[in-house]
Write a protein that binds this ligand. Sequence first.
Ligand code: NAI
Ligand code: UGA
Length: 443
Amino acid sequence: MTNIAVVGTGYVGLVTGVALSEIGHKVTCIDIDQAKVERMRRGESPIYEPGLDELMTKNIQAGRLFFTANHAEGFTDKDVVYIAVGTPEKEDGTADLRFINQVAKDIATNVKQDVVVVTKSTVPVGTNDHILSVIKEHLVHNVDVQMVSNPEFLREGSAIDDAFHGDRIVIGADAGYAGDMIEDVNEAFGIPVYRTDVRSAEMIKYASNAFLATKISFVNEIANICEKTGANIEDVASGMGMDGRIGHQFLRAGIGYGGSCFPKDTKALAQIAANHDHSFELLEAVIRVNNEQHRSLTNKAKEAFGSLKGRRIALLGLAFKPNTDDMRESPAIAISQELLLAGAEVVAYDPIATENAKRVMPEGVTYVSTAEEALRGADAAFIVTDWSEIKSLELRAYEQYLKEPYVFDGRNCYSLEDVASTSLNYYSVGRKAVVNGKLVETV
Ligand SMILES: NC(=O)C1=CN([C@@H]2O[C@H](COP(=O)(O)OP(=O)(O)OC[C@H]3O[C@@H](n4cnc5c(N)ncnc54)[C@H](O)[C@@H]3O)[C@@H](O)[C@H]2O)C=CC1
Ligand SMILES: O=C(O)[C@H]1O[C@H](OP(=O)(O)OP(=O)(O)OC[C@H]2O[C@@H](n3ccc(=O)[nH]c3=O)[C@H](O)[C@@H]2O)[C@H](O)[C@@H](O)[C@@H]1O
């Protein structure tokens, strides 16, 4: 059992803290947001993440999981401090290290014993060295501080499962005892550990996210060409994925990736390259393709309707992916902006993310509390997020509620054969359209 503090209780920090307490460590989670801390003390997760509340409550009751807004209290007697604060994007695309720098100072001024500092946050190559120098510069007590880079690979919506069944745990440490100590801390997860130096660990995180984003932009480009050639992206992706060297994962064509990480991490890596006089052409193209892909549904609707002026569009799903309330960089934002700009009226529904959506979506969007309400009287439906509730909506519902039978499906939720037996006009991604019960090429 190790005494651990986790600084920052967002998607990563809270899941990390809960998972470490579940395998037997004594964990104190620290956040500057007092209201969040109070909710967590009651066993309520401030974020929507399946399975998290239950596991939190269990470990609070077992006396292994604590929450505080006071850094000095949180760091008392801790051997390990995890940093899990945000590293958002600055205007120029680089990572904003404001929160990281603050935590480094918080650690320096409050720790009274030797400590291993573990960076979970995604940070540019060289940042761990920078964190150590900030800590040393502000250190109040004469203690030893060692750094470990331990990037996080969990996905929102399946974060608990990922924490216990991830593919690897990357531990980046230079000389000293710290790497072995963090390997011991993680032993009970039973996940393969990959040891490397600090800078390689930092790069593994960006390279992994950039590679996954590349797969998505690649498959979206293939989908765009499928639409022009009459091929079917679902069949193409399945056939590609059967090659073990390619694999089936991250070949789902759609409306482009969103979320709190792929958009910011791809830009940050391109900037890291640029800072070292390297132009990362491939990654720049991945980003451009993704931005363009956000427009694909609206472009199809413009083509089908001629003009979207005065058209009422039902947006089904707002979160950047299912099973999360996270709206950061959700394609729903860009899609709504495009629709409003084209003079359309936007009525939106999401099973979970509506409150967060209201904070980041453009002004002028109307929110309703069921899919049916969104569809009723609309000229077209846009399927934006493939929540199971939305995927399982009967095709009959669109026929029944829509004023005009137009569905623009950004997630390929329905089979073309099923749609062909309805009265719907259906446009999806990388597949033929269905118009008047017939499969037709879109160009
Ligand atoms: N969200 C995700 O799925 C993943 C995120 N990451 C990385 O993990 C890091 C954290 O991401 P999220 O959990 O999404 O962030 P988040 O923005 O959801 O949460 C960050 C939390 O840190 C708190 N905080 C800020 N400064 C603090 C301080 N000085 N002391 C204590 N608490 C402080 C904030 O109040 C907030 O609750 C980022 O670098 C991100 O790139 C990595 C893998 C997955
Ligand atoms: O660094 C991070 O924050 C995390 O970023 C992603 O996780 P996440 O953003 O939660 O979700 P993903 O499932 O990767 O989806 C990201 C976006 O790509 C889209 N996507 C994903 C897969 C696919 O085949 N097609 C596709 O369009 C999703 O709809 C979503 O908008 C990575 O998968 C995690 O390994 C990583 O830890």
